[in-house]
Design a protein around this ligand. Structure first.
Ligand code: CA
Length: 231
């Protein structure tokens, strides 16, 4: 028999959605714990120590944002929030509160599985403290602070370098505008999204072969940015 797959805590109050997730995940080798409320989710997360948490934002007893905040007081497992259309504001708040990624209903199984794989891989990588980041032609040596594109060194300004390393730290995951500005530019800059667009444009011109159709530095419309790790 195959060894036990990663354990996923599914927090979702709608039965059809839970059934869809159960079928999709168990048929792909994942083990499941299910919760219908935020209260139960917190208890299950503590009792079962899941490898990943799938969290619906619209729960009957408390909102997913509160659950995310409570989980992040101690849990390190990646959190992927499931949002419905019209919950954009909550989705961004959940990411700011420490969620790692999101999927928007309706979503396909393929998309969900890809997000889960990235989140679990990132969890494994971040534990090893690797100092190299590679994505296609882009190579960043974090120890030597050296950025290479197609083997040629690229010079970045301090702020561009910080934005890049912040995205690398969360590779594969969406980083909100606020989070990026706070981590890269300091706590007082989190409302300066217009500058962020300019810096990201500069960064793309230096790193991307075609800055208007970026291959690595991806825009998450209305939310933030994401760097695509090596596939
Ligand atoms: Ca719901």
């Amino acid at each position: 028999m195959t060894e036990a797959g990663p354990l996923i805590l599914v927090v979702e109050d709608e039965a059809p959605m839970r059934r869809f997730l159960r079928v999709s995940l168990t048929s792909n080798g994942y083990r499941l714990v299910e919760s219908e409320t935020g209260q139960d989710a917190l208890a299950q997360a503590a009792a079962r120590n899941p490898d990943l948490i799938l969290l619906d934002l619209g729960l009957p007893d408390q909102d997913g944002l509160t659950v995310t905040e409570r989980l992040r007081e101690w849990a390190t497992a990646p959190i992927i929030v499931i949002s419905a259309r019209g919950q954009e504001e909550d989705k961004i708040k959940a990411l700011d509160a420490g969620a790692d990624d999101y999927v928007t209903k309706p979503f396909g199984v393929g998309e969900l599985l890809a997000r889960i794989r990235v989140a679990l891989r990132h969890k494994a990588i971040s534990g090893t403290g690797g100092s190299q980041f590679t994505a296609g032609d882009l190579n960043v040596d974090l120890g030597r602070r050296q950025v290479l594109v197609r083997d040629k060194e690229v010079h970045l300004t301090p702020i561009e370098y910080k934005l890049l390393t912040t995205l690398i730290k969360h590779a594969g995951h969406v980083v909100t505008h606020r989070q990026l500005l706070r981590e890269a530019c300091g706590p007082n800059s989190s409302n300066q999204t217009q500058y962020l667009r300019v810096y990201m444009g500069q960064l793309r011109h230096k790193l991307e072969e075609n800055p208007s159709r970026p291959a690595y530095l991806l825009t998450e419309p209305g939310v933030g940015y994401r760097i695509r790790p090596r596939d």
